[in-house]
Design a protein around this ligand. Structure first.
Ligand SMILES: *Cc1c(COP(=O)(O)O)cnc(C)c1O
Length: 836
């Protein structure tokens, strides 16, 4: 059926005013008429919360105008589209980003303050949209910003979790998780689209039948359907009039949900049962490597995949009817890790069962539209689902996976006769007492592109994790080194530094971050260094004040701020940093302070609630902080703090005030890292291993401006078999003293043996993270850091050079590469021009 759509009536409304007066008028309109706040209401917390919401609504109106224009332009152009499928979008706050991208920042600031409202204060009223765990979810958010800023027709698809990443509190030194009800006070940045709901099937069984053309077909019957209701969040591009869409699905019960199974007398119970459907979008899984085996998690993955693909197919059928011959040329789906990779089988199902295509046509479409991004080499993060669970929950999808696998294995066997070991390694189904579906294998088999997220990571994917596949299809594998959006992480986070930059090199860098390179010569300009140092010191002062407010810890004013903020995970080696802090404390206690450089050490990050060792590391950091900060001998020399509830809005403040960025993962374990890029952009120096994007950061800024230490990935692999941590202890008196101090219970006088598990872990020959192997080299490099800090002029030179070299880590560069090499989309407007 080719529905001809009649055009809507022409919009005759005048465009909304883009000045301060208009913005304030509309804010008042929403405040008084929609939110019902009396104008005589006294200033209070709740009123400023309402003012924030009203301002958000006024801005959303302006976004919607541009949103509609973008959609009209896209429909008129009819070009290829891309879809970014992700279980996580770690957006953070939207107010400041919206003002920046709509170029309304200054206008809003001054107009609001005339009304007695402080923009900075209103901005603090916004809850972070924390629909992600860490780097992977934040990458998705940075990518959306870059796609809109490059005017690319890219739509994000995700889940509108009622509860995002948990709020972290620290009580008695331990992490306590509190639910994050981010929607509690309303969310002005979304638009519900109730007319575009989709039905998602679960359970039931499959039947075959013969269609009118005499072909054998399958249908999935007896299912328990759940509704997917879309909520759209506008994603504005930077100063280009483009607004793209992030569509988040909320689960709801269908009206017919199971009512038939209840007898008439059980009506209230039947209605109550509808709740079960809504559980699907209730909560984000708080594990940064993946969650294995949980049925609800598989439900979530299928929910996202099915709703999003149905949505895209419905748009296509509206315009082209059931002719899919041109579909693959017009669409590409980027899968953010294996989480949405069930899309490969679901697109097949929709094309075969719902749209009547035959296998070969459906497979040609699927395998030419799916592209997969791998995010980790950690084996525990490779998703596998018990076949049993799949069969029960998604029987038709499993049949299709079997068929995909059978055809794939036949092709492999034909090219590699007799190699049954190869077949069992690459198979999508893992045989064994409990057979499993390997989602990564499904993703690779079903995609035309497979990429890693930094040069080393991609190389290791090719060499190790996907070695067999890269032999089968070498051209499928490619690298796309991650980036971060300079709008949020530089322009919005660090306005004073940006003003200084523009005063020297103009504003071209705002369109192309590579232009920051022009700053490099100013590293040798002493007046420029002075201004640079002043702004960075002010940022640090504000951050230290925030730390004092939140934790009560008074850091040392002006001292080196040494920061490690990221998820707490053994491979990221917060423990190595903490052991070094204990070493510094030991130096103070034994009076070795002749050339001691005062230092503030900041930690922040969440541990997965079920990850025992990560939680014990948090406790350890808090206990050493308590001991050190409470010891008068450390006065003016050393302070340590664990700042609770690490999140996007906190990182915006941390990355501008940090002097030293800690990127110290075991080489070969961190796929890319993106925190490292945010710090570099803002002029921090990095101490790090040759891991992930650190390698490219060091190449960009020059080895002489990077504090490198530790084993490289090859050396780690080589040492593995004969690793003897005790050798490293015996060779370093300082390390021996540190471990002795721990074993003596110095930091846990009331809780004997509390940290023995940490000691045992690092002293084990099987320590996968080889913490002690890198201790001496880390300690020495930290000594070089301290020496450089004492030469402030040289430090500032390094700082400026870091920012100057950071242009390549803009997510605009990353997205240009995705587009040039994978997506091939045409921008809706030419670079540097604006839509409408
Ligand atoms: C950037 C960011 C991350 C990723 O940090 P890594 O150091 O790359 O692990 C995680 N969480 C938040 C809130 C971030 O802003």
């Amino acid at each position: 059926m080719n529905r001809k759509r009649s055009k809507n009536s022409e919009c005759i409304l005048p465009d909304l005013a883009m000045d301060g007066e208009g913005l304030c008028r509309d804010t008042q309109h929403y405040l008084f008429r929609t939110l019902g706040v009396p104008s005589a209401a006294p200033q209070s917390e709740s009123v400023s919360g309402s003012v924030y919401t009203a301002l958000g609504m006024a801005l959303r109106d302006r976004l919607v105008e541009r949103w509609n224009r973008t959609e009209e332009k896209r429909l008129a152009t009819q070009g290829k589209r891309a879809f970014y499928l992700s279980l996580e979008f770690l957006l953070g706050r939207s107010l400041h980003n919206t003002l920046l991208n709509l170029e309304l920042e200054e206008v809003a600031q001054s107009a609001l303050s005339e009304q007695g409202w402080e923009l900075a204060e209103l901005a603090e009223k916004e809850a972070d949209a924390g629909l992600g765990n860490g780097g992977l979810g934040r990458l998705a958010a940075c990518f959306l910003d870059s796609c809109a800023s490059l005017a690319l027709p890219v739509t994000g698809y995700g889940i509108r979790y009622a509860y995002g990443m948990f709020r972290q509190e620290i009580r008695a030194g331990e992490q306590v998780e509190e639910p994050d009800h981010w929607l509690k006070n309303g969310y002005p940045w979304e638009l519900k689209r109730p007319h575009r709901v989709r039905h998602i099937p679960y359970g039931g069984h499959t039947e075959s039948y013969v269609d009118t053309a005499g072909r054998q077909r399958f249908r999935w019957v007896g299912t328990h359907d759940v509704l997917a209701v879309p909520y759209d969040i506008p994603i504005p591009g930077y100063a280009n009039g483009v607004v793209n869409t992030l569509r988040l699905w909320r689960a709801a019960a269908t009206d017919v949900f199971d009512l038939g199974e209840f007898n008439a007398g059980a009506y209230p119970e039947a209605v109550a049962a509808k709740n079960a459907a809504e559980h699907i979008s209730m909560v984000l899984y708080p594990n940064d490597s993946s969650e294995n085996g949980k049925e609800l998690r598989l439900r979530q993955q299928y929910f996202l995949a099915s709703a999003s693909l149905q949505d895209v197919l419905a748009d296509w059928v509206d315009l082209h009817g059931e002719d899919f011959s041109d579909f693959a040329a017009q669409h590409v789906f980027q899968l953010n890790d294996t989480h949405p990779s069930i899309s490969v089988a679901e697109l097949m199902r929709l094309l075969l069962d719902e749209h009547g295509l035959d296998w070969d046509a459906a497979w040609a479409i699927t395998s030419n539209t799916m592209a997969y991004t791998n995010h980790t080499l950690l084996p525990e993060a490779l998703e596998r689902w018990p076949l049993r669970l799949f069969r029960q929950l998604l029987p038709r999808v499993l049949e299709i996976i079997y068929e995909i696998n059978a055809r794939f294995l036949r092709e492999v066997a034909r090219k590699n006769p007799g190699d049954s070991a190869l077949l069992s390694r690459v198979s999508v189904i893992e045989e064994g007492p409990e057979p499993m579906v390997r989602m990564a294998n499904l993703a690779v088999v079903g995609s035309f592109s497979v990429n890693g997220v930094a040069a080393l990571h991609t190389e290791l994917l090719r060499r190790e994790l996907f070695h067999d596949f890269s032999q089968l299809w070498p051209q499928r594998f490619n690298n796309k080194t991650n980036g971060v959006t300079p709008r949020r992480w530089l322009q919005s986070a660090n306005p004073e530094l940006c003003k200084l930059i523009s005063s020297k090199i103009g504003t071209a860098w705002q369109q192309d971050l590579a232009a920051l390179q022009d700053l490099a010569p100013f590293a040798d300009d002493s007046r420029f260094r002075k201004s640079w140092g002043k702004i960075r010191a002010d940022n640090k002062e504000r951050l230290l004040a925030l730390i004092a407010r939140q934790t009560g810890v008074q850091m040392i004013p002006g001292a080196l701020l040494d920061t490690q903020v990221k998820r707490i995970h053994e491979y990221k080696r917060q423990l190595l940093n903490a052991l070094h802090v204990v070493h510094l404390y030991d130096r103070i206690k034994r009076g070795d302070i002749a050339d001691f450089t005062p230092r503030n050490v900041l930690f922040a990050g969440k541990a997965a609630p079920g990850y025992f060792m990560a939680k014990r590391i948090i406790r350890f950091i808090n206990e050493i902080a308590r001991t050190i900060n409470g010891d008068p001998d450390t006065q003016g020399l050393l302070r340590v703090v664990f700042l609770p509830d690490y999140r996007v809005s906190l990182m915006e403040k941390i990355c501008t005030g940090t002097d030293l960025s800690e990127q110290i993962s075991t080489a070969g374990k961190e796929a890319s890292g993106t925190g490292n890029m945010k710090f570099m952009m803002n002029g921090a120096l990095t101490i790090g291993t040759l891991d992930g994007a650190n390698i490219e950061i060091r190449e960009a800024v020059g080895a002489e401006h990077f504090f490198l230490f530790g084993l490289n990935a090859e050396e780690v692999a080589h040492l593995r078999a004969q690793y003897q941590p005790q050798h490293f202890v015996d060779a370093d008196m300082d390390l021996e003293r540190v471990l002795h101090l721990l074993r003596s219970g110095y930091f846990n006088p009331y809780d004997f043996g509390l940290f023995d598990c940490l000691l045992d872990a690092v002293l084990s020959p099987y320590d996968p993270w080889m913490v002690l192997a890198d201790f001496s080299s880390y300690k020495q490099k930290q000594q070089e850091v301290a020496e450089l800090w004492r030469d402030q002029q040289e430090w500032l030179r390094f700082s400026i050079r870091n920012t100057a070299a950071s242009g390549v880590f803009s997510s605009d560069r990353t997205i240009r590469e995705y587009n040039d090499e994978i997506w091939h989309l045409t921008p809706l407007v030419a670079a540097g021009s604006s839509l409408g």
